[in-house]
Design a protein around this ligand. Structure first.
Ligand SMILES: [Fe+2]
Ligand SMILES: [Fe+2]
Length: 310
């Protein structure tokens, strides 16, 4: 992609009226996520949750869901936060924040499918990072959650072109970023980068958003980009993809991203990837349930014609 074309996309994303502003509680949340669990104050989380009525209501709804098995429905935000646990509350908050920034009814992708993929990727990234001493778990989680931010931009800013790309991906059973490239001449990586820069997200998160499908182009933060790339592939292999069948077969061990991680983390050599993917299946059910509970049936989206991954 030429520099002038990239700056045209950036220009369009920067100036589009419909482009969402970063939700007010989002940056404090990012800061909170970067501290260790022991340092996070329950009262601070309660304050953030209470800041926004919609988010507060969603937290209470999720906390009351049988999924989390609380003995009784929490009567207050504080009870909900304590009952759910801080990490789960953070997940709910971040998901709600982003869901709010991108209103229903504008989606060319089914938002349920999109959120399940993003949350799935975030959870896999965090799990993966436990095996890598140099990558922080919460940074990895954040990178996984945000890596496909550009799909939301495409739905809002390039809706007609993106709908054509989605249809092509389903029809030809090819990865969505390839269909975008064929149909639009650019991908969610470029548009996501433009929004991430507008939102002034951290440089390494921008790097992940921009290069998770082309790690060789990543100059900095390569282990994090490689980690997200592999987690994205894993999710697409295990039924947390983009809601359609991808013909593309994946071999994680021979993927260049695996070699990048191995270069700095020799201890990964002993990791049983097959076992790791089986463990992931256990998390899939919770992700499905969590997304359904957070968003209820309010998505109002078009559902793709074929669902499921191989
Ligand atoms: Fe992607
Ligand atoms: Fe993805």
């Amino acid at each position: 992609m030429t520099t002038s074309f990239t700056s045209t996309i950036r220009e369009r994303v920067q100036h589009i009226e419909a482009m969402p502003a970063i939700p007010a509680v989002f940056l404090p949340l990012l800061k909170m996520l970067s501290s260790s669990t022991e340092e996070v104050k329950v009262d601070e989380v309660v304050r953030l949750v209470s800041y926004d009525n919609t988010i507060a209501a969603q937290c209470l709804r999720v906390a009351s869901s049988p999924l989390f098995g609380l003995a009784q429905s929490p009567k207050s935000i504080k009870a909900a936060v304590i009952g759910l646990g801080l990490r789960r509350v953070e997940t709910i908050l971040l998901t709600c924040c982003l869901g709010q920034a991108f209103p229903a009814g504008k989606w060319a992708l089914d938002p349920d499918v999109f959120w399940k993929h993003s949350l799935g990727c975030a959870m896999v990234c965090r799990k993966f990072s436990e095996k890598l001493s140099a990558v922080d778990g919460e940074k990895a989680y954040m990178a996984g959650l945000l890596h496909d931010l550009g799909f939301m931009v495409n739905c809002l800013v390039f809706s007609r072109e993106f709908a054509t790309a989605v249809e092509r991906a389903c029809r030809e059973e090819i990865p969505l970023h390839e269909a975008e490239r064929f149909s639009m001449g650019f991908t969610h990586c470029e548009t996501g980068r433009a929004l991430a820069e507008k939102w002034k997200l951290a440089d390494d998160i921008i790097e992940v958003i921009a290069h998770h499908h082309a790690i060789d182009q990543s100059q900095n933060a390569q282990p994090l980009v490689a980690l997200v790339h592999l987690s994205d592939l894993l999710c697409r292999m295990r039924g947390l993809g983009y809601g359609y069948y991808e013909r593309h077969k994946v071999d994680l061990i021979s993927d260049p991203a695996w070699a990048i991680l191995l270069k700095d983390h020799r201890d990964l050599d002993g990791v049983d990837l097959a076992r790791f993917t089986f463990e992931l299946d256990e998390a899939v059910e919770e992700i499905h349930a969590l997304v359904s509970t957070v968003f209820g049936s309010s998505s109002g989206a078009r559902t793709l014609t074929r669902t499921g991954s191989p």
